[in-house]
Design a binder for this molecule. Structure first.
Ligand code: MN
Length: 284
């Protein structure tokens, strides 16, 4: 496990993503509960990056449709290069280069292997584990498929399936990606995240042109520009240094009504998710 491929693909002068140090992370993380996260990533296509901490790095799979709580719905998960442990808290805008787009921290928590030997399970292509996140909980499995899928030339052995096991946290009805679409870090959506950065960044060259993804970018950029303009009008300050520095100021000034309403939405969604999860548990 190394971060060579991760680091080779990125220019850290131009990307806000962490460079990472696997050896240092291994030391710091020793004896701690294992971290997991899911990052919703709008790039050339919308997908969900599913990451499990192991030995100081994050094992990573790109899940085009995102996780499903329905045990009957197997979601394709393309195994990608290990990411730095520090990547797990990353949310923000990648202006250009590899993965250019917007990253949202969609879920995070801890994971527990349901096997004694994780390396052996990975080698075998069958890893069972339990998640304890905000949105994803209970028992899951990642299974490597045989021979890849149609159009996966050169990707042999990289194609896995992410499947929910039947338990108190599974649901045949609730589409979790649709039901709980917002960030667990900022509670915002893609437009909120972009508005904290530089919404004009892709005025000419967007990460995706045309099609469904291009349309999503168009809409999100317009929203972010509008949020920023109205935020500047209300607070008299259009500049934001960083997420952390801006959040308390925005609250104090009461700026950005849309921010507030989207936060309220996030809170409501969380409460509703709990109620709904409890209900669906009872039904089963
Ligand atoms: Mn990604």
């Amino acid at each position: 496990m190394a971060l060579d491929e991760y680091q080779r693909k990125r220019n850290f002068e131009r990307s806000p993503e962490p460079k990472g140090d696997a050896a240092a992370a291994r030391k710091v993380r020793k004896g701690k509960p294992l971290f997991f996260c899911v990052q919703k990533h709008l790039a050339s296509h919308l997908h969900y990056d599913f990451r499990l901490e192991l030995n100081g790095v994050l094992l990573s799979w790109a899940v085009p449709k995102g996780p499903s709580l329905d045990p009957a719905t197997k979601r394709l998960a393309m195994h990608v290069e290990d990411h730095p442990f520090d990547y797990g808290e990353f949310e923000g805008v990648i202006p250009s280069g590899y993965g250019a787009g917007i990253v949202m921290l969609w879920d995070r928590g801890t994971w527990t292997p349901e096997v004694d030997d994780v390396d052996a399970a990975l080698a075998k292509g069958d890893l069972k584990f339990t998640l304890d996140g905000y949105k994803l909980k209970g028992s899951w499995v990642l299974v490597r498929t045989k021979g890849g899928y149609a159009g996966s030339r050169g990707q042999e052995g990289r194609s896995w399936l992410l499947i929910k096991h039947r338990d108190d946290w599974s649901s045949g009805e609730l589409d979790i990606a649709e039901f709980a679409p917002l960030s667990v870090k900022s509670e915002g959506d893609f437009a909120d995240i972009l508005s904290q950065d530089n919404p004009a960044i892709w005025r000419s060259n967007r990460p995706a042109q045309g099609g469904e993804t291009g349309a999503m970018f168009d809409k999100i950029i317009a929203q972010a520009l509008e949020m920023r303009a109205s935020g500047a009008r209300e607070s008299g300050s259009g500049t934001r240094d960083s997420l952390g520095a801006e959040a308390p100021r925005a609250k104090a000034a009461g700026s950005g009504t849309r921010r507030r309403s989207s936060k309220a939405k996030a809170v409501k969604t969380k409460a509703a998710a709990k109620t709904k999860a409890a209900k669906s548990t009872k039904r089963r």
